[in-house]
Design a protein around this ligand. Sequence first.
Ligand SMILES: [Cu+2]
Length: 138
Amino acid sequence: MIKYRFMFGLCTALLLLVLAGCGGTSSSNANQVNVTLSDFKIQSSQTTFTSGTTYHFVVTNSGRTNHEFMIMPVEMNMGNMSMDEMHKLALAMIDTVAPGETKSIDYTHKSGGQNSLEFACHLPGHYEAGMHLPITAS
Ligand SMILES: [Cu+2]
């Protein structure tokens, strides 16, 4: 009997966890941002963001080559940086999105942070080919 009660408690706890998980998912859906990477362009359903709000970025690669998704501060001397240095600067990033693939990432813009931001793909030549999109967070 004691064992049975324990199992019941455990199941209830698991059920609550699942429900809490669902609640979290639906609230992040409210701030879903759809981003499309193509050869060689970035499009987003939204480019103006509110600091302190968590956004769920759903990134799809509709192109024929791998792309990456980065949320970056705009830097003046970017042309002299290696890809590793770029990656360190990134506020958030998805390393590789293969053709036809969709990946997602959550990011919360910090208040009082960098005002000049952009979405970018820094695979060799991609940025120069047009893979960047200015965004604002205020
Ligand atoms: Cu790219």
